[in-house]
Design a protein around this ligand. Sequence first.
Ligand code: FMN
Length: 322
Amino acid sequence: MNILDKELRKFCVAPMMGYTTQHARNLYRILSKKAYLFSEMITCKTLIHSKKTDYFLENKNQNPVALQVGGCDIEDLIKCCKLAAKHKFNEINLNLGCPSKAVQNGKFGACLMKNKDLVLDCLKSMKDSADIEVSFKCRLGVDSFDSYDFFSDFIGTTTSSGVNIVYVHARKAILKGLNPKKNRSVPPLNYKYVSKIKKDFPQINFILNGGIKNLEEAKTLSNSFDGVMIGRLIQTDPFCLSNVDNMFFDHQKNTINLNNIVSEYFLYIKKQLKNESIYKLLSPLMGVFFAKPFGKKIKSEIHNAIKDNKIDQLEKFILNSI
Ligand SMILES: Cc1cc2nc3c(=O)[nH]c(=O)nc-3n(C[C@H](O)[C@H](O)[C@H](O)COP(=O)(O)O)c2cc1C
């Protein structure tokens, strides 16, 4: 990775299933030209066999963007790398952090952290398969494998593949008895392990993820790591992305007008309506209402407008709420 590429990942939007869809990425790209985007996790099997493969891989004006996959079958991973390269993704990222039951049943995600040799084989094959950057996103550990030595050993082995971009959700995963939502808040955050791993592996790019509450905190943390990655903040406040280019990439103070952004995204919605459900198209904006005191009332008004297909009214609701 060259120096210019290093700047690329200073501010990343985390992969979020059900949220960072291609529609959301479209909105995010209107808000920020520079934020590094991620797809939601797509399993290798889905990507290879689904009738919707083209939909998952559509990448119009979304770069810089990474495709995140879940899987552990080397042949499948190689196919996915080729697909990602063909569709001009900047990077393919292997999910080593998801603790869901379904993912554990498929023997991928966070449980792979217990099998560093398999991960090494996967990453080596991925690197050799296509002209595309390969990375992974992991936790600090899993279950009782939560010492710094375990984490350091895992990073040492896996990065011997030549992969040098690692996104760390800075808490361990608990595989039994904790659902994915709780796995994002119950295990405590531990940024110290990520600071230490950066010192021990200075040649590897570590992007810090987990619990970053606002852009100011992100900016401060970005000075100590190779980048920061933000998830739930973007889910509830996608519009904060309009400050990212200015804050993280020294672009001129933005003169972005949120009304214009909403109008631009609604133009996109109107074009997509014949192929996609209005719910999916609006979903990246809905988080805006989560934190509002009258969120419930507004949401029910929105649902009524959706039912009646009143797109212009929906646009007004959103504009009045930001
Ligand atoms: C709704 C939702 C879906 C998620 N889906 C994924 C996913 O597909 N792949 C992944 O690696 N992490 C996923 N995550 C985890 C986030 O990428 C991130 O690691 C986590 O939310 C911690 O970051 P945050 O505190 O900034 O939200 C998801 C998180 C949320 C809230």
